[in-house]
Design a protein around this ligand. Structure first.
Ligand SMILES: [Zn+2]
Length: 114
């Protein structure tokens, strides 16, 4: 994409594999928890890799117009995540800044432990 977004082509097998791989990487960095845990009222937290779906932090927009499949931005910040199908549906196309919230929490924990 000219604006820097990336979209995996799901119509070809290599695109689907790349997409699946990104879900796995996101799932690993979330330590097997759903990225919408604490936001979605019925999220159980723990997420099986087989159940993980690609969560678009900013939604996909009308017809995928805002869709961005990158999970790390050029400056190293996290984007998107792995979530339950149900949580993904619950969130729909709202924007929830779960990655930023997580950074914020990590920062607070660091300050507390000093
Ligand atoms: Zn969930």
């Amino acid at each position: 994409m000219r604006d820097g977004r990336e979209v995996c082509n799901q119509y070809i097998s290599i695109g689907r594999k790349a997409y699946r791989r990104r879900i796995e990487i996101a799932w690993e960095r979330q330590k097997g928890r759903c990225c919408l845990e604490g936001y979605c009222p019925y999220c159980p937290g723990w997420l099986d890799l087989e159940e993980a779906t690609f969560e678009h932090e900013h939604g996909r927009g009308m017809g995928g117009g805002r869709r961005d499949d990158r999970i790390v931005l050029p400056d190293g910040r996290w984007q998107n995540g792995a979530a339950h199908q149900a949580c993904n549906v619950w969130k729909a196309s709202r924007h929830i800044a779960y990655n930023e919230d997580q950074l914020e929490r990590a920062r607070k924990n660091e300050t507390n432990s000093i």
